[in-house]
Design a binder for this molecule. Sequence first.
Ligand code: PAF
Length: 280
Amino acid sequence: MLTATTIEEVRAWERTAHGQGRTTALVPTMGALHEGHLALVRRAAQIAREVAVSIFVNPAQFGPHEDFSRYPRALESDLAKCERENVAAVFSPSVETMYPAGFRTRVHVEGLSERLEGASRPGHFQGVTTVVLKLLEIVRPDVAVFGWKDAQQFVILRRMAEDLNLPVALEAVETVRERDGLALSSRNAYLSPAERRAAPVLHRALQAGLARIIAGARTVAPVEAAIREALAEEPLVILDRLDIVHLDTLEPIERIAPGKTLMALAAKLGSTRLIDNVRC
Ligand code: PAF
């Protein structure tokens, strides 16, 4: 497995792979790899001959009061996990490599980036789209694989790829969950034991909303009420956002759009902010 920290090294890997007729996939990550990331790697390996994983905690997508400095970093064990998954190349650049002195360009997907998480975390998605476009340009994969756990991120990146005619296919993989329903996330490591016990309510609440739809609800109001009611069972969980929107436009809807509805929530447990969503 190649472990590259420079753009030249990973580009040389890409040129060799493509020069010898092998397709490539990129799984962009911020490291602290868990089973959710490994599911992306395994999907990438099904689609392409060689898989590259990028590991970069991207300062541009963290707000000034967010957890950039304490975000978990575990490069050695991440490399071991990638090795076990037969990853061909890991690209783990420094901040200076990605954002050298004088860097001034930002990529912004208008309209989609300001909604949902973007309203709570101004500038977050601009940081994501900027770094992902750079990673795609550097690694030049045929396919890039993301998780539905960050549904809004995927919708925005898909729009960016289409708008900019990027020569890459984007694919999203279903969220991987603990047995009690909690979506895997590197931020779960911040939870105290009591918060960890309370956290599965995010998934349960979304399932309660989904159950209302399956039972026949066609408007958003009763679905939203069911989600809020379920969340209220856990006093440690403070709802930050609940958005029921159209999956493509991310615009709020009043009536459930079959197959095109995204229900997304963000909640705080102590100082930890977790997100989850369901599509239906
Ligand atoms: O989903 C993530 O881990 C990050 O937002 C990404 C796509 C790696 C960009 O930094």
